[in-house]
Write a protein that binds this ligand. Structure first.
Ligand SMILES: C[S@@+](CC[C@H](N)C(=O)[O-])C[C@H]1O[C@@H](n2cnc3c(N)ncnc32)[C@H](O)[C@@H]1O
Length: 251
C-alpha cells in the first residue's frame, strides 16, 4: 500500500464528515452516516460541553478518542499546537486555557476540516487561535516555537509515524511537552488488516502496539515518554491510550 493512497483515503473520509457538519446534516461527527460507517470516535471519552463552556454543537464535531488537554498542564500565555485539529474543539478549549496572552495553532491536511474549524472559532469569537492547512509529516510551523503539542486520535492515521514525531520534536521549544490521545494495539495487527485501506480512515489499520508507539517517540528524541492511561481492559486488542513526553532542555 502506497502512503499517498492511504492519505487520499483518509482525507476524503474526513472531508466528507466536515462537509456534513458544515451543512448541519449530522447531529454529531461521531454519528454513523450512510457513506461513513465509522471514525476515530470514542465519544464517551470526550469532555462535556459544560466543563469547557463551549457550545454543544462544537463539542459534537469531535472525532477524538480522549482529551489530551487533561494531561497537558497548559498554562496561560503558552503556545499550543494541535496535530490534526479536525473541527477545532481541542484548539478552542486550549484557547481558553492559554488566554489572551497565549496562542493556539491547529494543523490539518483536510481543507474542509480547516473550514469547519474556522467556522467554529468564529462562532465563539476566539481570536487567539489559527488553523493551518498542512501535513504532520511536514509541519507548517517554525522550529522551536511551541510550548505544548497536543493530538487527539490522529497519529495512528499517518503512514510514517517516525517522521511525524521528528517534526513534532523540531517545532517544540527545548523543555516543551507533548500530550497525545491515540488509538494503539496490544500486539501487531495481522497483515490483512494492516493493508485494508478502508479501515485506515476509521483508526484501525494504522494503529501500532503501544510499546512501539512509545519507542517511536523516544527514537525521535523525546524523553520522559510515559503511557498515562489506556489498555486497562485486557480483552480489547485495539484501544485508546494517552501518552506524555518532553523535549530535553538542552536541545
Ligand atoms: C479522527 S480525526 C480527529 C480530529 C480532531 N483531533 C478531533 O479530536 O476531533 C483525524 C484528523 O486528522 C487529520 N489528519 C489525518 N492524517 C493527517 C496528516 N498526516 N496530516 C495532517 N492532518 C491529518 C484528518 O484530516 C482529520 O481531520
Amino acid at each position: 500500500m502506497d502512503d499517498q493512497n492511504i492519505k487520499t483515503q483518509v482525507r476524503e473520509h474526513y472531508a466528507s464528515i466536515a462537509r456534513d457538519a458544515l451543512a448541519g446534516t449530522r447531529d454529531s461527527c461521531c454519528a454513523p452516516a450512510d457513506n461513513n460507517a465509522s471514525s476515530c470516535c470514542a465519544p464517551t471519552n470526550v469532555i462535556s460541553a459544560d466543563a469547557i463552556a463551549l457550545p454543544t454543537d462544537i463539542v459534537n464535531t469531535s472525532l477524538g478518542c480522549g482529551t489530551p488537554l487533561e494531561i497537558a498542564r497548559v498554562q496561560p500565555g503558552e503556545t499550543v499546537l494541535d496535530l490534526g485539529s479536525g473541527g477545532g474543539l481541542d484548539c478552542l478549549y486550549a484557547a481558553k486555557l492559554v488566554g489572551a496572552s497565549g496562542r493556539v495553532v491547529g494543523v490539518d491536511m483536510t481543507p474542509d476540516m480547516i473550514t469547519l474549524a474556522n467556522a467554529n472559532a468564529k462562532k465563539v469569537g476566539a481570536t487567539n487561535v489559527e488553523f493551518r492547512l498542512g501535513e504532520l509529516e511536514n509541519l507548517p510551523v517554525d522550529a522551536a516555537s511551541v510550548d505544548v503539542i497536543i493530538s487527539n486520535c490522529v497519529v495512528n492515521l499517518a503512514p510514517d509515524k517516525d517522521r511525524v514525531f521528528r517534526q513534532a520534536f523540531r517545532v517544540l521549544k527545548p523543555g516543551g511537552r507533548v500530550a497525545i490521545s491515540d488509538i494503539v494495539t496490544r500486539a501487531p495487527l495481522p497483515d490483512a488488516l494492516r493493508s485494508n485501506l478502508a479501515s485506515w480512515a476509521s483508526c484501525v489499520s494504522g494503529a501500532i502496539p503501544e510499546t512501539e508507539y512509545a519507542d517511536k517517540l523516544r527514537a525521535a528524541g523525546f524523553v520522559g515518554v510515559e503511557k498515562v492511561s489506556g489498555g486497562e481492559n485486557l480483552t480489547e486488542p485495539v484501544y485508546s491510550a494517552k501518552f506524555i513526553a518532553r523535549k530535553p532542555e538542552n536541545t
